[in-house]
Design a protein around this ligand. Structure first.
Ligand SMILES: NC(=O)c1ccc[n+]([C@@H]2O[C@H](COP(=O)([O-])OP(=O)(O)OC[C@H]3O[C@@H](n4cnc5c(N)ncnc54)[C@H](O)[C@@H]3O)[C@@H](O)[C@H]2O)c1
Length: 429
């Protein structure tokens, strides 16, 4: 099929490359000329495992091209996928200005019979507005559909090549048949529904996962008060088939480009329909306050951060990505600086991305042990593989007193830290 992917960010590049690999003719379209120039040279402007190889391979076959020109990108496309960003507006609701701008630009070039898919995460009801904009700018026949994206940064290529399911929101049998055919090589598990339901699926999935993180953090806080160990509790509850052993991440709360905004959007939506007791308002509130609360506790534990050197390990929002949107360090490091600490920081991939977002007095180092050298507190923020098997005795020899290792990802345990002469603080244990 001939496909135009509008917006070549994280979702757009992965989706374009995967559909091109399946033998479709794909045009990736963005208004960011620099990004398109890089992509044309086979350079992915962010770090995502397996993506560079796939980009180069699919461009070589001629199945994937890139453009900034809407007429060129849209005129022959049977399927047009909108994948531009949808950040939160100041009131928490989804800011749809990029979706509507992209729609205005694509509409005059639309081919007769094209299917316009909204893949960006948008509130139910958005398709009606997109349809109105298109209708005002063209007289051709077209159909609207919603196919929300569930990929995870860090495993985006795998997730897109082998999704758990494809959720397809359509209004006609024709659109259903075409989109089932398009997704057939990826999964036979296609769930067909109304576009509004498909959009709600995306919000429900992300809000559920954010709730799970908040839930286990709440249990962690109780564990800290009563001597239980959250990792043991997770093992115990995980054996219950209704609950499951997967996706339990006690820590500083959820971050990244999706969960914070998707929870805020559902919370704002709930308020807008007078659901003022909505669970999601509370989840958003708990998560927003969590880092400040925990940092105050760590400050007390370490005898005050003022005058101390703190080594921060991990600057992306999670491992295997250099995406720094709502990364924990963006709150942790300013907190440390405000409380008088000197901060040294490292990350395998995200140093250059984080630099413009943090005060200039942060010292960045590529080597983890150089970062730890001279620090009296280490804070592990992201569980990159590189940080899972650190040489604890070496760390002891490099640190100065009081030698606290704050492990916000529960990668280590108190006994191995104590054996190495370090003071350990995990989450919920
Ligand atoms: N990043 C994820 O892990 C993820 C996962 C699932 C769903 N989503 C959703 O997918 C959507 C895109 O997310 P992302 O992370 O890829 O965003 P992104 O910010 O990485 O990329 C968005 C791209 O859209 C481009 N753009 C903006 N306006 C445009 C226009 N008028 N015409 C053409 N291009 C335009 C930008 O230049 C940018 O390259 C969002 O709605 C997000 O919530 C993201």
């Amino acid at each position: 099929m001939k496909i135009a992917c509008i917006g070549t960010g994280f979702v757009g590049v992965v989706t374009s490359a995967v559909f091109a690999k399946l033998g479709n003719q794909v045009v990736g379209l963005d208004i960011d000329e620099k990004k398109i120039d890089l992509l044309r040279q086979g350079i992915v402007p962010f770090f995502e495992p397996q993506l560079s190889e796939l980009l180069v391979e699919t461009q070589k076959t001629g199945n994937l091209t890139f453009t900034t020109d809407y007429s060129q990108g849209i005129k022959d496309s049977d399927i047009v996928m909108i994948m531009v960003g949808t950040p939160s507006a100041p009131d928490g609701q989804a800011d749809l200005k990029y979706v509507f701008a992209a729609t205005e630009s694509l509409a005059p070039h639309l081919k007769d019979g094209a299917i316009v898919i909204v893949k960006s995460t948008v509130p139910p009801g958005t398709n009606a507005k997109v349809r109105e904009i298109i209708k005002a700018n063209t007289s051709v026949n077209f159909e609207m559909a919603s196919v929300p994206e569930f990929l995870k940064e860090g495993t985006a290529v795998e997730d897109t090549l082998r999704p758990d399911r494809a959720v397809i929101g359509v209004e006609s049998d024709r659109a259903r048949d075409i989109l089932v055919e398009l997704h057939k090589p990826l999964t036979s598990n296609v769930v067909i529904m109304k576009p509004e339901s498909a959009q709600m699926c995306k919000y429900a999935a992300n809000n559920y996962l954010a709730t799970r993180i908040t839930f286990i953090n709440q249990i962690s806080d109780l564990c800290e008060a009563n001597g239980a160990d959250i990792q043991e509790v997770i093992k115990g509850i995980g054996q219950d088939k209704r609950i499951g052993a997967h996706y339990w991440y006690p820590g500083l709360g959820y971050g990244g480009s999706c969960f914070p905004k998707d929870v805020k959007e559902i919370a704002a939506y709930a308020k807008s329909i007078n659901e003022n007791e909505s669970l999601f308002i509370k989840i958003d509130d708990l998560n927003s306050k969590r880092i400040g609360r925990l940092m105050a506790g760590y400050d007390k534990l370490a005898g005050g951060f003022a005058g101390k050197t703190v080594a921060v390990l991990g600057l992306s929002f999670k491992p295997n990505t250099n995406d720094t949107r709502v990364a924990p360090c963006l709150e942790v490091i300013p907190w440390l600086l405000d409380h008088g600490a000197t901060v040294k920081a490292t990350d395998p991939k995200a140093i250059e991305e984080i630099k413009p977002l943090l005060p200039t007095k942060v010292q960045y180092l590529n080597d983890v042990y150089e970062t730890i050298k001279g620090a009296s507190v280490v804070i592990l923020l992201v569980e990159w593989d590189e940080y899972k098997t650190l040489d604890l005795s070496k760390i002891n020899s490099l640190m100065s007193e009081p030698k606290y290792f704050i492990d916000t990802r529960n990668q280590y345990n108190a006994s191995s830290m104590e054996t190495a002469g370090l003071k350990y603080k995990g989450v919920g244990r």
